[in-house]
Design a protein around this ligand. Structure first.
Ligand SMILES: [Fe+2]
Ligand SMILES: [Fe+2]
Length: 190
């Protein structure tokens, strides 16, 4: 599907706020791709499509994952909202015709991250957190500056903030977020 058609479709299915967020992630992903020499067309598409499964009702998300034999964890079963990332990669392929595995993987891992991320995966993860419409997370100024100075440090900072927030809420944390955090803090170059 062509980009203008994708946008048209997303505008129809996503809530207005979610669509605005989507455009914000697309824009931020483009900027970070410029800064770090990542393929801009890929960053743009991954940003645009990262939340393409967000509008699907939770029950349907679970059913769709089962149909497609996408494995999910206990935490995801209890919080089907989390499945929009994994499912998003499938929807991007099935509905929007995205075949590029790098783009699909960036969509798949945009909420939890994963160990040993590609540049594109890092860019989408960070862009999702800091795009211009975001205003809830603390220290966004610092995050936005850090994103353009040192992407890995920014990634670590966001993961730490996410884990602290989830602990505070006693909500269940996706084990992959913790795994990603440990991976990057262990591999940190001092
Ligand atoms: Fe998302
Ligand atoms: Fe998002």
């Amino acid at each position: 599907m062509k980009k203008d058609k994708i946008k048209e479709h997303l505008k129809k299915v996503l809530k207005p706020g979610r669509y605005e967020h989507t455009l914000g992630v697309e824009y931020t992903a483009d900027c970070l791709a410029m800064r770090y020499g990542c393929d801009m067309a890929k960053a743009d598409l991954a940003g645009l499509l990262h939340d393409c499964a967000k509008w699907i009702p939770n029950k349907e998300k679970v059913a769709m994952c089962k149909e497609r034999k996408i494995p999910f964890t206990q935490v995801e079963q209890e919080n089907p909202e989390l499945l929009h990332a994994k499912l998003g990669a499938e929807v991007a392929k099935e509905t929007y015709g995205i075949e590029d595995e790098e783009i699909l993987s960036a969509i798949r891992w945009h909420t939890t991250g994963k160990p040993d991320m590609t540049l594109l995966e890092k860019i989408i993860f960070v862009a999702d957190y800091m795009e211009p419409n975001r205003d809830k997370a603390p220290e966004l100024d610092k995050i936005r500056r850090l994103a353009f100075e040192d992407l890995d440090q920014c990634l670590i900072f966001i993961l730490k903030q996410t884990l602290e927030y989830l602990n505070g809420k006693t909500a269940s944390c996706d084990p992959m977020t913790l795994e990603t955090y440990h991976y990057y803090t262990k591999h940190e170059v001092q």
